[in-house]
Design a protein around this ligand. Structure first.
Ligand code: PNS
Length: 163
């Protein structure tokens, strides 16, 4: 059984994340989406809300499991008997941060391998941070997030349209 862990903040899930999940599930039997409990980052959605959105948006993809974690990623991986981390890389600018994390995880747990996957080219500029900012300012993000996420953004964020 090949297990991969796809960790992140997912605040909220974007179509870029969903694309990586779809691609990842073609490579692994079990694809564990691990939502970081990062209250320090003042997330827009609670961990439970983020997990629920991911669960709803991946309902048709059987290999997916959704869990949350706090503490070190490698400790979570040990509990799941997993040694592959999947991360999506969009542009070269992502690489430095990802390289540091991958090498730190390898330092902490030498048998952990990080695999970088590329999202579909139309999502290479999409990030949760920008989706929230654009939505908040009245921009249309309908093509960038799955419908349940769009509904949750509408319910959560007041839209400020500039004059
Ligand atoms: O979506 P993000 O915010 O870029 O994801 C970052 C994440 C969750 C992958 C990273 O912050 C993480 O793994 N945090 C857990 C703490 C940890 O293990 N740190 C040491 C390895 S860098």
């Amino acid at each position: 059984m090949r297990t991969a862990v796809y960790p992140g903040s997912f605040d909220p899930l974007t179509n870029g994340h969903l694309d990586i999940i779809r691609r990842g599930t073609r490579l692994f039997d079990r694809f564990v989406v691990a939502v970081l409990e990062n209250e320090g980052k003042s997330p827009l959605f609670s961990v439970a809300e983020r997990m629920e959105l991911i669960t709803r948006c991946t309902a048709g993809i059987p290999a997916v499991e959704v869990h949350s974690f706090s503490g070190l990623l490698i400790d979570f991986m040990r509990r799941f008997n997993a040694n592959v981390v999947v991360r999506g890389i969009r542009a070269v600018s992502d690489y430095e941060y990802e390289l540091q994390m991958a090498l730190m995880n390898r330092e902490l747990s030498p048998n952990v391998e990080t695999i970088f996957m590329l999202p579909a080219v139309e999502y290479t500029y999409v990030s949760s941070r920008l989706v929230k900012e654009v939505f908040r300012l009245g921009g249309d993000v309908a093509r960038l997030v799955p419908p349940p996420v769009l509904e949750s953004l509408k319910a959560r964020l007041p839209v400020t349209v500039g004059g």
